[in-house]
Design a protein around this ligand. Structure first.
Ligand code: HEC
Ligand code: HEC
Ligand code: HEC
Length: 459
């Protein structure tokens, strides 16, 4: 009995001691976040709060606490910290001091976990009595996030009340040069970009079918099948990088890919330029706009310029966001609420509801094991570009604009329909089972994301 009292007393002393030590020493201070923020009072407040409440676990900059070395409890702490860093690195993704560019997804995730009270974790608060954010700090955080969205991600002139939300209406135009667009449109449909003159960009990205071929993977020249599902070209200009693994930074870089890919178009620029130069009428038209004539640079530029016009604004959901309460049905509204409540909007953010980050496929459960087929090179995703182990199986989060038109879904096309895709997202990305009725509502919402191209609803 006496022994037990002593053990409990020692436990209490150790716990209180650790709590006090943590208040005094246990908070990362003077990280680059707060240092960069000194001239930006709004962000400085936020930086200090994040340092205290989050950055022990969510920063590549902060060190493990000394007790992480203790076996047992220390192991749990180390695991939390390592995992926390993989989920969100505040130092690299939210370093908004002096107006520096931040990740739109990091903003959405941070806002969501704080609004929903899921972070910091309970075991952290047990050891860090000052770890929670005060309601003032939360408000400062929300205000800064709203302000940053307006400043960094929204088109100029958009009503700030609309522009500051996690998801925004799609812009109607990106400025382009019409003469270049016209040439790009022609090249986009030109089969001479392929070795045997059978395949154009439009073969795999037909504009009358949502900008996709509708097959699990794509068929290129000589009936060769590729390794991955084709994403749409509609609104691709608003992706933060191109391809599932982001290996092309711009649309221009992207357009250099297919013509040289042995399975897609199987050609090369000297061959393509040679063929186009035999078409005197096209040469004359092209050199009026691009005096340098046909080349990799001018051809990819023209195609990219055309792709920047492939926007599909005015979806029912856009009209709803802009204030028309009747633009979508009651079910679609309920689906939209579930979409934000469940946390889909942590990754499917912004104007195109995605396209702004890479995420691990199977964050919360082993997707590839359950799929049951061998891992392919394409499954490795972002890892193929960076060779960074922490990015193995990471793919770009696809946009959800016009999603009803672009089945099958996922990089590996495992989901034949939206219902399956939504269930997969619940299980593997959010770690939850989505109820059948909720699934129906979310699918109804996804159907409200089909927009208009050149004034007509996409078919
Ligand atoms: C004790 C370490 C720890 C602290 C402190 C902590 N986190 Fe986390 N955080 C984690 C771990 C571990 C995960 C991944 C597993 C999970 O979701 O629980 C995570 C996940 C997250 C995610 C991803 C959530 C998701 O579902 O994708 C976000 C965003 C996040 N944390 C933000 C924060 C913010 C903001 C704070 C401060 C207010 C914070 N965290 C404090 C450990 C921590
Ligand atoms: C043989 C079919 C095929 C052809 C031809 C083809 N593509 Fe693609 N396209 C794909 C596939 C498959 C992907 C995904 C590849 C990946 O991510 O690794 C893709 C990706 C893209 C993307 C990236 C979209 C995103 O969300 O990341 C764009 C943009 C694009 N193609 C435009 C073009 C243009 C422009 C051409 C003509 C120069 C073209 N494609 C020719 C099949 C094709
Ligand atoms: C952690 C980030 C994350 C969250 C949260 C998330 N998604 Fe996704 N979503 C992804 C990624 C990554 C993919 C691509 C997976 C793949 O290619 O295999 C994807 C794919 C999709 C697709 C298929 C798109 C296509 O073109 O193939 C749909 C539909 C979708 N998500 C809807 C949702 C819904 C609905 C929710 C909420 C229930 C949700 N997502 C939550 C990251 C996320």
């Amino acid at each position: 009995m006496k022994k037990l009292v002593i053990v409990i007393a020692l436990g209490v002393v150790a716990y209180v001691g650790l709590g006090i030590v943590n208040i005094i020493f246990g908070t990362p201070k003077d990280t680059t976040l707060s240092k960069n923020a000194v001239d930006d009072p709004d962000f400085h407040k936020v930086a200090l709060a994040l340092e205290r409440s989050c950055m022990n676990c969510h920063s590549s900059e902060t060190k493990m606490p000394f007790y992480a070395a203790i076996p047992g409890a220390g192991h749990i702490i180390r695991h939390d910290i390592e995992m926390g860093r993989e989920y969100l690195d505040i130092t690299t993704e939210m370093n908004g001091g002096g107006g520096a560019k931040v990740s739109e997804v990091a903003l959405a995730k941070t806002e969501w976990v704080v609004q929903n009270g899921t972070m910091p974790p309970i075991q952290y608060l047990a050891l860090h009595w000052d770890g929670a954010l005060s309601s003032q700090e939360k408000q400062d955080l929300y205000d800064w996030i709203a302000k940053t969205r307006v400043a960094q991600f929204s088109p100029k002139g958009m009503d700030p009340a609309i522009a500051s939300a996690v998801v925004r209406p799609l812009r109607k135009v990106i400025p382009t040069d019409p003469a270049k667009v016209a040439l790009g449109e022609r090249l986009y449909h030109d089969k001479r970009l392929s070795a045997d003159n059978t395949v154009s960009c439009a073969t795999c990205h037909p504009l009358d079918k949502g900008g996709v071929d509708g097959t699990p993977t794509s068929k290129g020249i000589r009936d060769q099948w590729g390794p991955i599902n084709a994403p749409t070209v509609y609104n691709a200009a608003l992706n933060f990088a191109q391809f599932w693994n982001g290996r092309a930074a711009t649309l221009e870089d992207q357009a250099d890919g297919p013509p040289n890919d042995p399975k897609e178009m199987g050609s090369n620029w000297p061959e393509i330029v040679g063929k186009l130069n035999q078409d005197q009428e096209f040469v004359d038209q092209f050199t009026q706009v691009y005096p340098a004539g046909f080349s990799k640079e001018t051809i990819t530029h023209a195609i990219a310029e055309y792709e920047r016009t492939l926007l599909t604004p005015n979806a029912p959901f856009d009209r709803y966001l802009a204030g028309d309460e009747n633009a979508i049905t009651a079910d679609q509204k309920a689906g939209w609420q579930l979409f934000t409540k469940l946390g889909c909007s942590m990754c499917h953010v912004g104007e195109i509801l995605g396209g702004q980050s890479y995420e691990m496929v199977g964050r919360k459960a082993d997707y590839f094991k359950d799929r049951g087929t061998p891992i392919t090179e394409a499954d490795l995703g972002r890892y193929n570009v960076t060779k960074d182990e922490t990015e193995r199986y990471h793919q770009k989060v696809p946009m959800l604009r016009n999603i009803a038109q672009t089945a099958p879904y996922m990089h590996d096309a495992t989901a034949p329909d939206l219902k399956t895709a939504v269930d997969i997202m619940g299980k593997y990305e959010l770690g939850t089972t989505i109820k059948p009725k909720d699934n129906e509502l979310i699918v109804a919402f996804l159907n409200s994301l089909t927009g208009e191209f050149q004034g007509k609803p996409l078919q």
